[in-house]
Design a protein around this ligand. Sequence first.
Ligand code: PEP
Length: 251
Amino acid sequence: MYILGNWKNSLSSEDSKKLAEALHTHINGRYHDINIVLFPDDTSIETVSLLFDSASMVKVGAQDGPLGSNTTLTGSISLPNFGKFCDYVLLGHSERRMLLGETDEMIAQKAALAIDVGVIPVICVNNGDGTKIDPYFDLKAQLESILDHIDSKSEFVIAYEPIDAIGTGIPADPEEVKNIAGIIHETSFISRNVKGSPYIPLLYGGSVNDKNIKSFLSLEGIDGVLVGNASLTADSFLRIIKKVSDPKYLK
Ligand code: PEP
């Protein structure tokens, strides 16, 4: 079970530190069955990562990763810092796909590099712009591009985040998410049906909070959630974690 908190660029470094400290106080030594991963902005990764030592159940991730090992790229996190402070990396968030024009190829390249340095990619896929006749065309294209470029034995996570559910307070219909989870698992299984391929955990993201989380976690094929707004205060994030720690939702 995964609970991921995407802090985006919403917090000052002081507030990131305070939030991490509050979570540390309440989480450390508890919730051993949940993979909790925090994604602070780049200025706070080191602070947050040092706070949660290796014994803690909380892991830390970057909100984007380097594009190449030998590429000089202004604005990128350095590869050594990335490998040193991050356990996970978010890639392909729809905000970056739309605002920065990130392509599936770039996302796949970043994912492969992350895997090389031992960082687990969380690859975000979405439902596209809704203009295609096949409503799943964009989703399948995003998935196939990633699956084609990544070694089938490598470990990564997929997060399905429908565009109109992100940051709007209106989550997707759980029935629709259940159908899409089936499509994602089937597509992944077909392209990675190689002996030794690990299971790919699938998360849902989009306006998740403590009130609606159960309707997503109880879905077959959903292994956790990616949370934006509701991860920005200790109270709301801890309310989610407490709900999830109910044994009937632990998968
Ligand atoms: C996100 O940005 O990845 C996200 C899921 O945000 P929110 O929970 O605020 O919709």
